[in-house]
Design a protein. Sequence first.
Length: 367
Amino acid sequence: MIHTLTMPKWGLSMTEGRIDVWLKQPGDSVEKGEEVLDVETDKISSSVEAPFSGVLRRVLALSDETLPVGALLGIVVEGEATEAEIDAVIEGFQAGFVSSAAEAEASGPRAQKVEVGGRLLRYLDLGEGGTPLVLVHGFGGDLNNWLFNHAALAAERRVIALDLPGHGESGKALQNGDADELGQALLALLDHLELDRVHLAGHSMGGLVSLTVARQAPARVASLTLIASAGLGEAINGDYLQGFTEANNRNALKPQLVQLFSDPALVTRQMLEDMLKFKRLEGVDQALRQLNAQLFDGGRQRLDLRNVVGQQPSLVIWGDDDAIIPASHAQGLEAQVEILPGQGHMVQLEAAERVNQLMAAFLNSQA
């Protein structure tokens, strides 16, 4: 059988990827799930895993080449195939590729913006069925922090990711920047979408926001997934928070962002440029300073909501190399706790496949 290896789509905002390096060469055996090549997007770098086993017979994309999502990267053959048969598959694929890519782009979902409670909120709504899941990003992030998770999780249920107030393309003005304000904004979005009860998944500060909503309106929260969550202990990397908040150029920002990942190479020039564009928007600097002062003043976390965990079914995921919030905060929680070895603070990006598996199994067990 002849299999086509194509440029993946890691999140809805991804339109193209740059080939970094091939980890396999023509003639090499490939196992299902094995990393075949590294690809860099405008958000992050990651590895393309083989969805099938076989032998890599053709490499059709060169290192440093930028190709659109869905483009043909290589050919993997399971069993036997002649060169002529492979040529025919490649020719047929390339003949139909452009039109299908254009059709997909035209019909793809787009993030929406809505004014709720006098505040503009951006959100992306995917999938259908089941009790909806809401994804809540962390400090300085946006809904793209769920780039490798959103579409995968939406295969089985409705999944909504939002930009919190002060972040992304949501309104930047905050009243005081405390957790209650962020929680109320999330509840207002649920009201607008007429969602009475949802699963909440929060990363870092988004975990604190999810815990706050569970405390404010417990009947509306079906379960909690907390990923490298704030709100579970006092310790936090205050130097990172201060450095990130104050950084206004690439040289100042890069040393901060590399602390988020176990692999510093994941911090690309494009990622730095995108973050600086966000930080230079009107109102962002003030919002970040308000949040930092209200939630993490003096290099410590001001809120401890450990007692909220367990009131709903709870899943806690952490990377054991987290340099921002220590994984030791997961100890003793009334929850399913999963510590992923060798992973940093952005574990949902670096170990997306494993995080998606854990979340899907946990959510399905609540159905």
